[in-house]
Design a protein. Structure first.
Length: 127
């Protein structure tokens, strides 16, 4: 009745001869291996991001250049289309005035947003 239950005794298998120092050394070695693997993964990830960033930037530049030429074609087309109605000089002046008004509205809106942003940023710094 006072016999010990062998199921509750610690396993005397392969790990019974390892000391605490050996366990800590093994844990440290495994941590180093994990750190090396993570560093290698992050390096490859950074290399991939760098390469893709170059490609993405180039594609955006090409898209902007193509969009610029498309807008220029539109402007020239509008001038040509308005030529018979307003005359060549009148068509050129009308398109130029409309484009300057559009640019002015964009600049005015941008200045207002910049002013509002500066007020918000300066108020949050004081709090």
């Amino acid at each position: 009745m006072h016999e010990l239950d062998t199921r509750l005794e610690p396993d005397q298998g392969e790990f019974s001869d390892l000391s605490l120092a050996q366990d800590l050394r093994q844990l440290a070695d495994e941590a180093k291996a994990v750190a090396r693997t993570e560093l290698a993964f992050q390096k490859s990830r950074a290399a991939y991001v760098g390469a893709e960033t170059k490609t993405i930037t180039l594609l955006f530049v090409i898209a902007l250049v193509i969009a610029f030429f498309a807008v220029m074609a539109l402007v020239v087309g509008v001038v040509i289309a308005l030529g018979p109605i307003l005359g060549l000089w009148g068509a050129m002046a009308a398109v130029t005035v409309v484009l300057l008004i559009a640019a002015g509205l964009c600049a005015f809106t941008a200045m207002g947003r910049l002013s509002r942003m500066m007020k918000i940023v300066s108020n949050s710094d004081k709090n």
